[in-house]
Design a protein around this ligand. Structure first.
Ligand code: XIL
Length: 350
């Protein structure tokens, strides 16, 4: 009898209801991890990814992108070749689509890249020196003006140091315009967009060593000459079998910061193909690397952003460049990997 009364009272009180009232907070499904951008913002940093405009129509891709990132780089569409495949006719549609999508979601945008020895239109490569000088200036000013007020930063010169001997790469720009093409590029970019942070970006120069020293000397020289450079991007395309040393990366960030430059991790991915692929143990190694190297940026005041070169293993340049791999934070089905947890731990300083 007592039990029946208790049951009636509970039903009257509404405790027996099986469906939640409209005011009951809905807990996110377990598969929805905390947004990276919330954690990054709390640390005062930007967390970014490279994207391709064509993939923004894919709902799963777009949903993960919009949830986790507050910074974006066009993986390909702001480079010279896609913009001006045909001389004199500029096509900004791809980059504009990325920029509009990001701006509508309150994300910051990084332009990439005004001067690079790759993705150069074939007609540019064929020009005589005098003509190249004119076209080079026009290209930088035109693209930087087009995105003026929309981008926080520009990778102005990308990968100008050669891997052999760590001297200036003998690109068509160096061959035809001389070493001064680098300083010129920064000056042209500043003229066209006085607000954007102007960045020198390179790979294999994250820790300490010959190439990192060459990048350091290059940007130190630019600063000394009064060239308008604001920062350095460390690409951070890492191989799990031979990663940069955390303490070296921290020391490098600090010495670049001491020049008055901002630093960002600009294109991070961590290959595990070289250590045997996506076994549980290797995914944990990958997680540890993400945690430790992103952690450097979180700990170092000079470092203001971490950008990953994509976020899902379904779409990574690594597969084409180095063979099938699993280098990013989400697997090919968009489930977060241990690497994701490693990045979140780093952003939350835990
Ligand atoms: C790569 C893109 O990921 C590819 O999709 C594209 O075909 C070629 O460029 N360093 C850089 C990036 O600065 O621009 C490169 O991106 C990867 C290496």
């Amino acid at each position: 009898m007592k039990r029946v009364v208790v049951a009636i009272v509970l039903v009257l009180l509404g405790c027996g209801r099986s469906t939640p009232s409209p005011t009951t907070p809905t807990t996110p499904p377990v598969s929805e991890p905390d947004p990276l951008r919330t954690a990054a913002a709390a640390a005062g940093k930007l967390v970014g990814t490279a994207v391709q405009s064509s993939l923004l129509n894919d709902q799963r891709y777009a949903a993960v992108f919009a949830r986790h990132f507050n910074y974006v780089t066009a993986e390909y569409e702001m480079k010279w070749d896609p913009i001006e495949k045909v001389r004199g006719s500029e096509d900004f549609s791809g980059g504009d689509a990325v920029a509009a999508y990001a701006a509508a979601r309150g994300m910051q945008i990084k332009g990439h890249a005004l001067v690079w020895h790759q993705a150069v239109p074939s007609w540019v490569a064929a020009l005589p020196a005098a003509e190249l000088r004119t076209v080079f200036e026009q290209h930088i000013k035109s693209v930087a003006s087009h995105y003026r007020g929309r981008v926080l930063a520009w990778d102005v010169v990308n990968e100008a140091i050669d891997d052999n001997g760590f001297v200036l790469r003998n690109s068509i720009f160096r061959q035809k315009l001389g070493d001064r093409y680098i300083a010129d590029a920064f000056r042209f970019a500043r003229e066209a967009d006085p607000q954007a942070r102007l960045i020198y970006n390179d790979y294999s120069s994250e820790g300490l060593g010959g190439k990192a020293d060459a990048v350091y000397e290059l940007v130190k020289g630019l600063v000394a000459q009064g060239v308008p450079i604001d920062g350095v991007g460390l690409q951070m395309h890492v191989r799990a079998g031979g990663p940069p040393i955390e303490a070296d990366v921290a020391a490098n960030v600090r010495r670049l910061g001491a020049l008055g430059l901002r630093v960002n991790i600009s294109e991070m991915d961590v290959r595990i193909g070289d250590i045997g692929g996506a076994t549980p143990a290797n995914l944990e190694r990958q997680k540890a690397l993400y945690r430790s190297l992103v952690g450097v940026c979180i700990a170092e005041p000079a470092c203001d952003a971490v950008t990953f070169w994509g976020f899902t293993d379904a779409h990574s340049w690594i597969h084409n460049q180095f063979g099938p791999d699993a280098p990013l934070l989400f697997d090919a089905q968009y489930a977060p990997k241990p690497a994701f947890a490693g990045v979140l731990d780093a952003l939350l300083r835990r």
